[in-house]
Design a protein around this ligand. Structure first.
Ligand code: AMP
Length: 172
């Protein structure tokens, strides 16, 4: 799977700003064989882990979270930028290179007894993943694992979510 993913993932230099090499997953979504195998691989890994909810992050995380939650027979829970979710929310700020950003979750999206898988496309600095982990915990649920298609190892994102387990399909 790693080989097929690496072949399909496109490096876009200087996007969205200079110095960033953007890992574009649209060719993975476009290749129906690779996309199916990606979701099937995650499905196989998490089938036995009794996941009750897949929590995914706007916007590319949604594209992965929806088919995986469906496959696992688990709930699908969106985490969104402030002001997008209509119900009562918990909010978590996190640091960016310059300044801060924030994410929100519905307060009743998950709760005690839930075994949550957090899913996103890329683990970079871990700011996003750290914030999502805190949101899930604010709701009273347990984070079983965090999964990513891509992990950028040099940015040490997994240290931000310690002691939680991280699974990444490919590393750069
Ligand atoms: P971070 O909070 O630094 O771990 O960044 C993670 C979020 O930013 C993820 O939701 C990714 O979609 C996005 N992201 C960060 N770096 C990249 C990259 N090099 N290519 C594509 N997406 C990225």
């Amino acid at each position: 799977m790693e080989k097929e993913l690496k072949k399909a993932i496109l490096d876009v230099p200087d996007f969205p700003k200079k110095g960033i090499i953007f890992k574009d997953l649209t060719p993975v979504f476009k290749d129906k064989k690779v996309f199916k195998k990606l979701i099937d691989t995650l499905g196989k890994r998490y089938k036995s882990k009794k996941i009750t909810a897949v929590v995914c992050v706007e916007a590319r995380g949604f594209l992965l979270g929806a088919p995986l939650a469906y496959k696992l027979g688990a709930a699908l829970v969106p985490v969104r930028k402030p002001g997008k979710l209509p119900g009562q929310t918990f909010k978590q700020e996190y640091a960016l290179e310059y300044g801060t950003d924030a994410l929100e979750i519905h307060r009743d999206a998950v709760g005690k007894g839930d075994r949550v898988l957090i899913l996103d496309d890329v683990l970079a600095t871990g700011g996003t993943a750290g914030a999502v982990t805190k949101l899930v915990e604010k709701c009273g649920a347990k984070v079983t694992e965090l999964a990513f298609v891509i992990e950028l190892d040099s940015l040490k994102g997994r240290e931000k979510v310690k002691p939680h387990k991280v699974f990444s399909m490919v590393h750069y």
